[in-house]
Design a protein around this ligand. Structure first.
Ligand SMILES: Cc1cc2nc3c(=O)[nH]c(=O)nc-3n(C[C@H](O)[C@H](O)[C@H](O)COP(=O)(O)OP(=O)(O)OC[C@H]3O[C@@H](n4cnc5c(N)ncnc54)[C@H](O)[C@@H]3O)c2cc1C
Length: 437
């Protein structure tokens, strides 16, 4: 175990920081147990942190900070059950590479692969479409150290109540040490990106979602333009036609990240030009098709730093909520340089998943890291809340426990389990006290 003293920690978006009293990298569950028991004994707190990609203070370790880097790697592969068990601190990009080497893949994932598996699942990180959209809904089982220092294993047949809640546990129920994911034979996806008008995109959205495996859509505020991306499985992995390296670099790194980063940073200084810039960006993005191994199509590098709020609203009212959001943006003085991202998820069975027991439409709002997000986010948040929206657990929002309890029918179940697994609140922090009480 490596032990260091009081470095200062910052999250990816630079919205949160911490100066923990102790930083250590446990290498197994016994080491995690020792940390939890020691903190409990002195009435302190422990937090396992992932890669710091949450925009909120959910990952702020106020006392003992457990780093994920001692808990990485693939523990076992069960080809009959089609499951893979990995250490909880494994970064997603490492998991994807290892799985690809084994001829295996996850079913679905979000836009990036920098997060740890435990950090990503604990906040309900999701992609779009598919049979399941979130990483947590692909979990078959896990091992965790509870706030009383007990090592628990959970699956649908072993401690099923812990399994129901612990897949999106917010780090509040225990420190995950390993996760078993359901996997599939490696597959390739064909991506088709194309610009559309607002009306065309909204009128064809339900049909797109019904006919494609994954649909992702971006609306450019202050314009009538949408960018749609559909991903469909290829019958044969060998049919994949990746973009040439230079084209991938030009499109994704240079145009999408570098030029976009410079434009949005400049727009911060001169918000009046944003509507014109958005029209330019929307027109500059052209239609393209490419195919590749699934994880390389799902994820892209994100080098432009931003702040984000995302809500899940019921799927059946989702497009009306998006229309209402547009009316708010059009009627406001806000100048929004980042596109609004629109994704879907089928209902799942996880206690506090944003898609718990309801099909969902996700609406995600971004501003440049240096911009003031408050007027835009709080204006849009009112629309999302009025629709019964549930905020992403790792992204910015202003709700407190009492607000959240009203949109989660199984809230009390989670609260009772937390009282049982972490009665002395060894695993809490200020953010969790706000959102869970
Ligand atoms: C550029 C960018 C792109 C993103 N794209 C998406 C996307 O496409 N879809 C989406 O849904 N989200 C997305 N997110 C949000 C991100 O996936 C989540 O915030 C995720 O939680 C970050 O994972 P992490 O490893 O950085 O965890 P952290 O942010 O470090 O931690 C998150 C929570 O997990 C807990 N945790 C970490 N490890 C453990 C453990 N071993 N046991 C128990 N709890 C633990 C922490 O204590 C904390 O409560 C994005 C974020 C960024 C910055």
């Amino acid at each position: 175990m490596n032990t260091a003293t009081t470095p200062t920690w910052r999250n990816w978006a630079r919205t949160e920081s911490a100066a923990p009293t102790r930083v250590t990298s446990p290498a197994d569950s016994a080491a995690v147990v020792r940390e939890v028991l020691a903190a409990r004994e002195r009435r302190g707190r422990v937090k396992m942190v992932g890669s710091g990609h949450s925009f909120t203070g959910i990952a702020v370790a106020e006392d003992t900070h457990l780093r994920p880097d001692g808990l990485t790697g693939v523990f076992s592969v069960d080809r009959e059950a089609m499951t893979v068990t990995v250490a909880a601190g494994t970064p997603l990009h490492e998991l994807n590479a290892r799985l690809a080497g084994l001829g295996l893949s996850l079913h679905n994932m979000g836009d990036i692969d920098a997060q740890t598996v435990a950090g990503a699942t604990s906040t309900g990180t999701h992609g779009t479409g598919g049979v399941v959209a979130s990483l947590a809904a692909q979990i078959e089982g896990f091992e965790m150290v509870t706030g009383t220092g007990e090592v628990l294993r959970a699956s649908s047949t072993e401690n099923p109540d812990v399994f129901a809640a612990g897949r999106v546990g917010l780090g509040a129920l225990g420190v995950l040490t390993s996760i078993t994911f359901r996997v599939e034979p490696l597959f390739a996806l064909e991506a088709h990106e194309r610009p559309m008008s607002w009306d065309e995109a909204l009128s064809s959205y339900d049909e797109m979602v019904a006919t494609h495996h994954h649909v992702d859509m971006y609306w450019f505020p202050h314009t009538d333009r949408m960018m749609t991306k559909t991903n469909d499985r290829l019958a044969d992995l060998g049919d994949a036609e990746p973009l040439p390296r230079w084209r991938g670099w030009l499109d994704d790194e240079l145009l999408s990240n570098t030029v976009f980063g410079a434009l949005t940073a400049a727009a911060n200084q001169a918000p009046r030009v944003i509507p014109r810039l958005n029209r330019f960006s929307a027109v500059a993005l052209s239609e393209r098709r490419y195919s590749d191994v699934a994880h390389r199509v799902f994820t892209t590098p994100r080098t432009v730093r931003f702040k984000e709020m995302e809500y899940a609203v019921p799927r059946e009212v989702g497009l009306d909520v998006l229309r209402e959001v547009r009316r708010e943006v059009d009627a406001s003085e806000w100048r929004v340089s980042f596109p609004v991202e629109i994704r879907t998820a089928p209902a799942d069975d996880i206690t506090l998943s944003t898609a718990s027991a309801r099909d969902s439409l996700y609406l995600a709002f971004h501003v440049h890291a240096g911009a003031d997000h408050r007027a835009y986010f709080s204006g849009v948040e009112q629309v999302l809340r009025a629709a019964g929206g549930r905020p992403h657990w790792g992204k910015m929002h202003t709700l407190a426990a009492s607000d959240l309890a009203s949109v989660y029918p199984r809230w009390d179940e989670f609260a009772a389990l937390r009282d049982r697994l972490d009665p002395d609140r060894v695993l809490t922090n200020d953010h969790l006290e706000r959102v869970l009480r």
